[in-house]
Design a protein around this ligand. Structure first.
Ligand code: T4K
Length: 375
């Protein structure tokens, strides 16, 4: 019998940062007084300014969510044919290609950081390839130098899915400054959020107008509609929540950094458990805490661990199971050439991490996990 008692309340993988509700009331009053609720008002303007400073990027466009941002940047860059991407990601990455009639070509991933393996990209390039779309999985940057060299040598665009990367820096450079464009998600489950929301960052000024048109029905002025755009604007309430949350995000990252250490210390000698190493030269944001569970060594497989942890009120997540190649909505993909992705997707489990968790909570989560091995 396991003597550890379940948590009284569910421990989720993530809990959003929340500004004091009085500050939210104040913001709402400001917005109510202005009677300006959406379509690029003061909150939107200020948030964009503040975020550009925080993320140290040249240009930025805000969106109602990250998925539409990703879909629209593919149109803005006029991509077509095939795009090389990773099978180990959230559906939005791959769907953004499908929804643009682009064929995703899946490249295998590295075993150490779960990111696209840059050494395999070149083999997948055909005369239809227009771009590479890597994901900085769990906020750990890809091998940017290698990816950009392949892209440069083959005249391909690079769009980074940086959904997990708020505030991340690589070799002293802000993560949103690389490639042709970067997408950040500001969903409630992200370290910085606007409830729902997202942003694109880029270095080419020309994208400003294209993206504006694409997210605003193609409307240039009251009497001019230039393209068949959609509606993907961020509204004033979203932007206001973003402004309030921006004041909290550094504190949240600090708290998570400490919790990350507690996890690492508790789990470092457990046979069959491997924690994701934060890469050298990276300023991390601790968005997720993924581990790998080796069934042979841990004597229990990942799925069983997931089920058992739930009995203790701990809701871990199998991000990103299943692989995109195994989605029922896509026609049969052969994943035989993706051995690393196939392995990682069976072993990965994200443990709860958010600033509100106490050290004691994290220690207990580790004790529950370790007790499963000893069962
Ligand atoms: N690219 C990548 C690589 C991504 O990971 C994502 C999104 C995107 C693109 C697309 O960006 P967005 O269009 O979303 O901006 C969640 C998020 O909804 C999703 O944004 C995120 N990735 C993904 C990794 O996680 P689910 O289906 O796991 O969410 P859900 O509702 O199960 O929530 C997870 C846990 O969070 C809950 O168990 C409890 C907690 N939670 C959730 C919500 C919504 C809260 O405490 N409060 C909340 O309001 O997708």
């Amino acid at each position: 019998m396991n003597k550890i008692k379940p948590f009284n309340k569910p421990i989720y993988i993530i809990r959003p940062i929340l500004p004091p509700v009085e500050e939210v009331y104040k913001k709402i009053r400001e917005i109510w007084n202005s009677k300006w609720l959406t379509n690029f008002g003061e909150q939107h303007k200020t948030l964009k300014l503040e975020l550009r400073k925080y993320l140290k990027v040249k240009y930025m466009s805000l969106f109602c969510n990250g998925t539409l941002a990703l879909q629209l940047v593919l149109r803005a860059l006029e991509l077509s044919g095939e795009v090389i991407t990773t099978p180990f990601t959230f559906p939005a990455t791959s769907h953004s290609l499908y929804l643009n009639n682009i064929t995703p070509i899946y490249c295998d991933i590295n075993l150490n950081d779960f990111n696209i393996n840059p050494d395999e990209i070149e083999n997948l390039i055909t005369d239809k390839t227009s771009a590479i779309m890597p994901v900085h999985v769990f906020g750990n940057p890809c091998d940017i130098e290698k990816i950009e060299k392949v892209a440069h040598d083959n005249n391909l665009k690079v769009i980074y899915d940086a959904a997990h990367c708020f505030g991340v820096e690589y070799k002293g450079k802000a993560i949103g400054t690389f490639g042709d464009a970067n997408m950040f998600s500001f969903h409630a489950t992200k370290i910085f959020h606007t409830i729902e929301g997202g942003a694109l960052t880029y270095n080419d000024e020309n994208l400003n107008e294209k993206l504006f048109l694409l997210k605003n029905f193609g409307i240039k002025s009251e009497e001019e509609v230039l393209i068949a755009g959609t509606n993907a604007k961020m509204n004033e309430l979203q932007a206001a929540i973003g402004l309030l949350n921006l004041k909290l995000v550094d504190g949240e990252i600090e708290k998570r950094k400490k919790l990350n250490e507690v996890y690492k210390n508790k789990l470092k000698d457990i046979e069959g458990i491997k924690c994701l190493e934060v890469k050298k030269d990276v300023k991390h944001n601790y968005q997720y805490f993924p581990i790998l569970i080796n069934e042979k060594k841990f004597k229990l497989n990942r799925d069983k661990v997931y089920d058992e942890m739930r009995k203790f009120n701990v809701f871990t997540r199998k991000y990103f199971y299943p692989l995109c190649t195994d989605y029922k909505c896509y026609d049969g993909y052969d994943s035989a050439k993706l051995p690393n992705a196939k392995r990682i997707v069976k072993e990965v489990l994200c443990l709860p991490i958010y600033g509100e968790l106490t050290y004691q909570n994290v220690k207990k989560i580790c004790e529950i996990l370790i007790s499963l091995k000893e069962k």
